[in-house]
Design a protein around this ligand. Structure first.
Ligand SMILES: C[S@@+](CC[C@H](N)C(=O)[O-])C[C@H]1O[C@@H](n2cnc3c(N)ncnc32)[C@H](O)[C@@H]1O
Length: 353
C-alpha cells in the first residue's frame, strides 16, 4: 500500500464541501473482470453471467494506458476465470510494459506448465489460487474442482513459481481453517488472504459466520505466527481485522476500499466501485469517474450515512464493513452491518456480567 499520509487526498470539491477527503487523489488498484467464461459453477459465486463474454481488448488497453498515466500501482485480473481469457498473458505483458503490477485470481483449472511459464515471463506479479477447504468435502460446499486446484498448486510448486491462496470465510469452512493453513504450507503457498463472504439476499445469506465461529477464527488468526507463510485479512473484512488486530488501521486503509483507493472495471468495460457493487457507469475515463461519480462520493460519506449498529459505534473510524453486503442483503449501500459479531458482543456484554 502507498503511504496515504504522503499522498495528495481527493480534492474536497469532488466530495462535497461538507465532507472530509476520504480517498487517494487517484485509485491505487483496479480490479478487472476479463471474462464471464468459467469452467466452474461454484455455489458461492457472485458472478451470475447469462452469456460468455470477454472484455473488449481495445477498451482494456485504453484503461491500462490511463491507469499507467495516473501512476496507479496494480491491476487485479479476475473474472469469470481469467485462464479462460485467451489474451491473459498478453494482458499481463501490456500492464507490465506500462509499469503496472499485476495479480491473477484463479481456480487453477486450465493451468498448464506452458501457460504458467508464459505468465511468469510476462511479468505476472502474483497468482492467487482459490481454495475454500483443506478437504474436498469442505471445499465442495462452496466451490467446485478441488482436485484441479491442488493439481495447479503442485504444478506451480514443481516449476518453482510462487502462489498464494484466496480463502473465503464461511460458516461451513471456518472450523477447517487451521487445517487449510497446514494444507497451504504443504502445497508450498507463500501466503493466504482471508476474504469476507459477500452474500446477497438469495445466495449465501446462511453462510455468514456465527459469532462463535467468527471469534474462534479470530483467536486462531491472532495467535498465528509463521512468517514463512503469512496470513492476511482483506481490508473489507474489517470486523475480523478489528477482532484480530484491534484498532490497527484508520482512514483510507480501514475497511471497504471501494472509492477510497480501489476501482473496478466490469466485462462490459464499465467502471464500478468494486466487482461486488452493481452500480456501473459507462463512457467515462477512470479520472472522471474517480472525481465525479455520485456512487463513489456516497461511499466516501459512509462514516456520516451508515446505519445501525455501525452508526455511533466507537470502532467506526477503524472499520467500514463491506458495502456490497449492505447493498445486496439490506438493499441499501449505507446500511450498517446488522450481523456484526463485534457490535453484537458489545451490545450484549452487560447481560453476562
Ligand atoms: C469470482 S472468482 C474469479 C476468479 C476465478 N474464477 C477463481 O475461482 O478464483 C474470484 C474470487 O472471488 C471469490 N468469491 C466468489 N464468490 C464470492 C462471494 N460471494 N463472496 C466472496 N468471495 C467470493 C472466489 O472464491 C475467488 O477467490
Amino acid at each position: 500500500m502507498p503511504d496515504v499520509t504522503d499522498t495528495e487526498l481527493c480534492p474536497a470539491e469532488f466530495l462535497g464541501e461538507d465532507r472530509p477527503s476520504r480517498s487517494l487523489s487517484m485509485p491505487w488498484q483496479i480490479n478487472v473482470a476479463l471474462t464471464t467464461r468459467c469452467p466452474l459453477n461454484c455455489p458461492q459465486c457472485y458472478v451470475k453471467a447469462d452469456e460468455a463474454r470477454d472484455i473488449d481488448w481495445a477498451v482494456l488497453a485504453a484503461y491500462v494506458a490511463e491507469a499507467a498515466a495516473l501512476k496507479m500501482h496494480e491491476l487485479n485480473l479476475s473474472g469469470g476465470e481469467p485462464l479462460s481469457y485467451p489474451r491473459l498473458a498478453e494482458a499481463v505483458r501490456l500492464a507490465t510494459a506500462a509499469g503496472l503490477g499485476t495479480a491473477v485470481a484463479t481456480s487453477g483449472v486450465g493451468l498448464t506448465a506452458a501457460l504458467a511459464k508464459e505468465l511468469a515471463a510476462s511479468g505476472l506479479g502474483s497468482l492467487w489460487l482459490s481454495l475454500n477447504g483443506s478437504r474436498e468435502e469442505i471445499h465442495a460446499l462452496s466451490r467446485t474442482c478441488f482436485r484441479e486446484t491442488l493439481t495447479a498448486a503442485a504444478l506451480l510448486k514443481s516449476l518453482g513459481l510462487p502462489f498464494y491462496i484466496n480463502w473465503v470465510a464461511r460458516q461451513d469452512n471456518a472450523g477447517d481453517f487451521p487445517a487449510l493453513a497446514a494444507k497451504a504450507r504443504d502445497l508450498g503457498a507463500k501466503g493466504i488472504v482471508v476474504l469476507v463472504l459477500k452474500p446477497d439476499s438469495r445466495h449465501n445469506a446462511g453462510a455468514v459466520l456465527t459469532g462463535e465461529a467468527f471469534f474462534r477464527l479470530a483467536a486462531f488468526l491472532r495467535d498465528y505466527d509463521d512468517p514463512a507463510m503469512p496470513i492476511e485479512v482483506e481490508s473489507c473484512y474489517s470486523a475480523m481485522r478489528l477482532a484480530v488486530h484491534g484498532e490497527w488501521t484508520t482512514g483510507i486503509e480501514a475497511g471497504c476500499s471501494a472509492g477510497r483507493d480501489t476501482v473496478a472495471i466490469d466485462v462490459a468495460g464499465r467502471l464500478r466501485p468494486c466487482p461486488h457493487l452493481d452500480s456501473a457507469e459507462a463512457g467515462v475515463t477512470i479520472a472522471e469517474y474517480w472525481r465525479r461519480s455520485p456512487a463513489l462520493a456516497a461511499l466516501r460519506a459512509t462514516e456520516e450515512t451508515i446505519g445501525a449498529p455501525c452508526r455511533g459505534c466507537g470502532h467506526l473510524p477503524f472499520c467500514r464493513p463491506c458495502r456490497a453486503k449492505a447493498a445486496k442483503v439490506y438493499g441499501d449501500p449505507a446500511a450498517g452491518d446488522r450481523q456484526c459479531p463485534v457490535a453484537l458482543r458489545e451490545m450484549t456484554r452487560h447481560l453476562f456480567r
